[in-house]
Design a protein around this ligand. Sequence first.
Ligand code: NAD
Length: 507
Amino acid sequence: MEFLQKLHIDNDNNGVSTGLEWPAANGEKLFSYSPVDGKLIAAARGADKANYEAVVAKAKDAFAKWRLWPAPKRGEIVRQIGEALRHHKEDLGKLVSYEMGKSLQEGYGEVQEMIDICDFAVGLSRQLHGLTMHSERPAHRMYEQYHPLGIVGIISAFNFPVAVWSWNSMLAWICGNVTIWKPSEKTPLCGVACQKIVAEIFAKNNVPEGVSNLVIGGRDVGEWMSNDVNVPLVSATGSTRMGKAVGAAVGARLGKSILELGGNNAIIISKDADLDMSLVGAVFGAVGTAGQRCTSTRRLIIHKDVYNAFTDKLKNAYKQLRIGNPLDELNHVGPLIDKDAVTMYLNAIDKCKAEGGNFIVEGGQMNGDGFESGCYVKPCIAEVKNEYSIVQHETFAPILYVMKYDSIDEAISMQNGVPQGLSSAIMTLNLREAEAFLSHAGSDCGIANVNIGTSGAEIGGAFGGEKETGGGRESGSDAWKAYMRRQTNTINYSTQLPLAQGIKFEF
Ligand code: NAD
């Protein structure tokens, strides 16, 4: 395939890199099969522990040099990366779509997000501000500065195989850090492609080898990073199960972590909602990316007065969904990432039925022409109770749970009544309800929207969620502060040494 050649992806790729250098990887070989057609795309050899340690040593050396570059100069490098991504947008977007299985439009959209975070980071490179404070002591000045941390470890999930890395690395780099990226073992080629794009820009600008590092491998690589005192910050995106393990390992050595974990996102559909608009938000949220976004809509909490009207609209919309090859722009729903994901989807349906769920749109696996990979499933809808254990759990597939409510307080309590706290939304034209939903007694999620669905976000805002979603924030706003250490400085320009709080120490 031409896009693979243009991205310099071979049949057999090395999965360890410190920039331009690709030292021989000695770990397990990962074979990347496309969920689109089940074909082998290429292989990438992962790292063993010695490979990992050699990368860490290189990264430490690089940090000593890179942190001395002025932040706006680091921003200039990131600006050039943004330009390179614009140039590669089509090829990289195709690779994302083919290796992960999301629609081509979403593949391009993901690369656009990378470009956007580059632009954001360039501006930010001149705005890594601290505060100044008034000292209680005469002729003293007090202020705070932000300094880089060192090595930032990035562990990413399969569903955003390139964007999540870019959110982390562009901020980490302008802040003066170096990065070690472990992409998902399900999308290793996206990792190889990004590293090659960046390495070219770095080399052209004499950026030290070891500022951008790639270490492909399975969960063991993530565990090495989490336990490594050389990695002061680990930013991990993936399941809550993974986040609990990473959080515990990093916490045990008192390191820092940014955890971006599972969601269980709901939209409240009020009796005062614009139902046509709500339909678009709900259906895209539930079936877009085949339900494999952390912000996918899992639950609809619908007012009893519009319940029948809205579920009728949903059933009608689901009848029109086209399932198939995501590279064909006419299709709405592509495949799940692999056959294990299909098994999880089928098990969740069985479990939902066993708990009393009533499927108003039936699910099932797709078979026959065009579905040879075995990864395509039908989006489905079940009437449930919020307390069902399957509803409390994030199933990474297009299963939508619907339930009824009577009062807005009840709806907010149902929306909050799950262990996760990523994205939430209310569809309403009623100002009182909207404000109640956004208030301190409203949604407990990191993202709360009005008249927008739960799925997707812009890079300008801080992205992340509460409770079992992990509490981390990435991307926009002041998320950059997590990638730096804060230092408070007090300078005495008087001829005396007065002590704080008026303490006298005379001798
Ligand atoms: P996953 O947890 O299986 O894997 C994610 C990454 O963690 C992979 O690179 C994997 O190798 C690594 N990993 C797994 N166990 C580990 C361990 N014990 N120690 C260190 N690393 C480990 O997740 P996935 O199936 O790739 O992705 C889907 C999940 O990611 C969903 O739960 C989704 O909601 C979540 N997600 C969250 C966000 C967010 O920003 N909140 C974004 C994307 C995906």
